[in-house]
Design a protein around this ligand. Sequence first.
Ligand code: ZN
Length: 307
Amino acid sequence: MMAKCFFKLFIALIICATIECLPTSEYEDPRAMIKANTPENLEKLKTLGPNDLAEELSGQYQGDIVMSPEEVAEYENSRNTKTGLIATRYSWAGGIVPYRIVESDFTLDQVSYIHRGARRMEEVTCLRFVPYDPKVHNDFITVTGSGSGCFSSVGRRGTGEQILNLQPNNLEVGCFRLHTIIHEFMHAVGFYHMQSAAERDEWVEIVWDKIQAGTEGNFAKQSETVVSNYGVDYDYGSVMHYPSVSFSIDGSPTIIPLKDLNGETMGQRVRMSEKDILRLNSAYCSDVVSTEVPIVNPGSSHTAYFT
Ligand SMILES: [Zn+2]
């Protein structure tokens, strides 16, 4: 009788572990993964210039990516990387992304700007950012403003709540640039930084001796078996690209383009590029047929979506 009981318990544990219903790490609490920001960054965040990116100054991995040390080790344990997640376990089923905003952290204008970022992504993809309903959704994004800088996990963590932080600021400053909000939402739906791409060394030179000591991880790459560019070329103009002087010791370039920029600006935060939109649609929308979803045609002008 006892042996039968143990056998049942054993089977139950196997099933439980298989469907990931057991706590898998000390990072089940999404707030426990967020690192404290450095005093230098805290100071810089107070006096951001018009071209400064708050996401570089947020004290997380690569500036604004919330990852456990185990995930960082996995990320760096390969020579190659692309920029979007392959594993469906990290994607949002059906492109439905439940989110809620801690409204007491923000002004009404800031709350509506966060929604505007989500709406802008909906305009050009099949993604749908919906209000979190605990009766319907298991996993969801909580947008907070209480943390330092801006940051997000990459993809759906699958552990219930996950944090996306946007430190309050005037609209179009710091974390409240519309396309910094979109940058963080793009992390949350599964995209890494463009300069980490597998093929980046064909497109940019990383000037290692100009990078601030201790920030080299910002230029690390990830396993090509884990991520995909969805068949879209390297993109200097991506909203996920960092500027050429990122993490520089003296303001000189740390990322030098090796090919013609074709009018693109590395590190821009004024629009989703055509390739950003293509990658999002390739990741989430290639099997979606809906007349309500704008058709993204690489041969046509997308200007209307960017304004
Ligand atoms: Zn980022």
